[in-house]
Design a protein around this ligand. Structure first.
Ligand code: MN
Length: 438
């Protein structure tokens, strides 16, 4: 089954000239969604699509009179302050909108004159949460991360026996998920050093990031009616970058027997732009398991999932310390990885989540879990890169880190590239650590 259509054609260019610049994250083949308004204004948030260094204001486009029918309905939905309604329209309506916008933004489009007045420069915009996130679930889909972290927390029993059978996850909270640019106070809580008799209370000493992908649910399912793996892709709106900040010392003391709690819900940061799964179609890759591993159960298997279930999204994580910022130095690259290494696919996460009858709703967010690659230097957290805080990493300006310090900003970026197709990007997600509240 080919998901490639005219919107993916690498030869397409846009009349928005900044979209045609090499290595631009937002060429006409991408067309990701966000909510935005002009910086510092009292305007209402509304949906927008990125094109080059501009945003196409979908509320204005909806009022332009250029479109009708299914596309106009989708534009009306995208005019709201959140994208939940647009997400809930499902992949057919969203695909129709993508095709219409692709044609309208192409070089030579007759709609150029009208749409030029619907552009807002990204430099003049601020972003909102793209949708109301009703529920948030974090998975744990990198077997390399699970093994590395497991060996630190449980040296004699790193990978628990359920890992290769069940897409492991936990229910998180949506109330502290914020948009890129978020800053938060270092969390406080209970911790217990391995050699201490009793726990103590205070600011987290082992603050970490997690390099993840966020997955937004599109069309929901009715309670009691699981999403079949063959339908799962129809229920996914798109992907974003996701930093799932983690307090490792709080986590180590609290996580047994019920799993993550306060170590995980003080802040999580998403990128403003959601890249649709349709835009990601060219960068799908085969999903497979080593022959010696258990193969996924039947409800988690389909030929399409095996042939094209994974996404090759190149991920990178950078650190900008306060000292670097003050000196005007570039952020330091900490690691690179790819979402293609995930042990479970997006479709398997969605299918497993609903297999018991759980209802998924438009705008629900799934975290992929930390996306560490097979090599040590591809780790998606400091916990792994520093081997549990034992080996400090050296930064180009001479600073060292075992865990995050106050003033540190973590930057994550992602992009897809493949011969014969355009390079498309996710932009970035940035978050900054503030000192603990006194
Ligand atoms: Mn996580």
């Amino acid at each position: 089954m080919s998901l490639i259509n005219e919107t993916h054609d690498a030869s397409l260019t846009s009349w928005v000239s900044s979209a045609n610049v090499e290595n631009c994250d937002f060429p006409i083949q991408n067309l990701p969604f966000a909510t935005f308004k002009r910086k510092g204004s009292n305007e209402a948030l509304r949906g927008g699509v990125a094109i080059g260094d501009q945003i196409l204001d979908l509320a204005q486009v909806a009022q332009s009179g250029l479109f009708s029918g299914e596309v106009q309905d989708a534009l009306q939905a995208a005019s709201e302050t959140t994208l939940n309604k647009l997400m809930g329209l499902g992949s057919k309506a969203n695909s129709a909108l993508r095709l219409a916008l692709s044609r309208a933004l192409r070089t030579g489009s007759e709609q150029q004159a009208t749409l030029e007045s619907c552009l807002v420069a990204q430099a003049d915009a601020e972003y909102g949460m793209p949708c109301t996130i009703g529920d948030y679930t974090d998975f744990y889909t990198s077997v390399y991360h699970a093994t590395a972290v497991g060996s630190l927390f449980r040296p004699d029993n790193p990978l628990l026996p359920n890992y290769k059978w069940v897409p492991i996850g936990y229910h998180g909270r949506s109330s502290t998920i914020g948009i890129s640019g978020q800053s938060f106070h270092r969390p406080q809580g209970q911790t217990k050093a391995p050699d201490a008799d009793e726990p103590s209370f205070g600011p987290c000493k082992r603050l970490d990031y997690e390099l993840e992908m966020g997955i937004f649910i599109g069309k929901g399912n009715e309670m009691g009616h699981p999403i079949k793996i063959t339908d799962a892709d129809d229920h996914v709106f798109g992907l974003c970058l996701f930093n799932d900040w983690s307090a490792r010392d709080i986590q180590a003391w609290e996580y047994q027997p019920l799993g993550p709690f306060l170590a995980k819900n003080f802040a999580s940061t998403i990128s403003p732009w959601i890249v649709t799964t349709e835009a990601l179609a060219p960068y799908r890759v085969a999903f497979s398991r080593p022959a010696e591993d258990p193969q996924p159960m039947e409800y988690l298997s389909s030929s399409f999932n095996s042939e094209q279930g994974s996404f090759d999204v190149q991920l990178e994580c950078l650190l900008e310390t306060e000292k670097m910022r003050n000196a005007g130095d570039d952020a330091a690259l900490l690691s690179k990885s790819s979402f293609k290494h995930s042990y479970w696919t997006v479709a398997q996460m969605v299918t497993h989540h609903s297999v018991n009858g759980c209802a998924m709703q438009p705008g629900d967010l799934l975290g992929s879990g930390t996306q560490s690659g097979p090599e040590h230097e591809e780790a998606g957290s400091l916990l792994e890169l520093t081997r549990g805080g034992k080996e400090a990493i050296s930064l180009p300006n001479g600073e060292e880190r075992k865990f995050l310090e106050d003033g540190d900003a973590v930057i994550m970026r992602g992009y897809c590239a493949k011969d014969g197709f355009a390079r498309i990007g996710f932009g970035e997600v940035v978050g900054t650590v503030l000192p603990a509240l006194k």
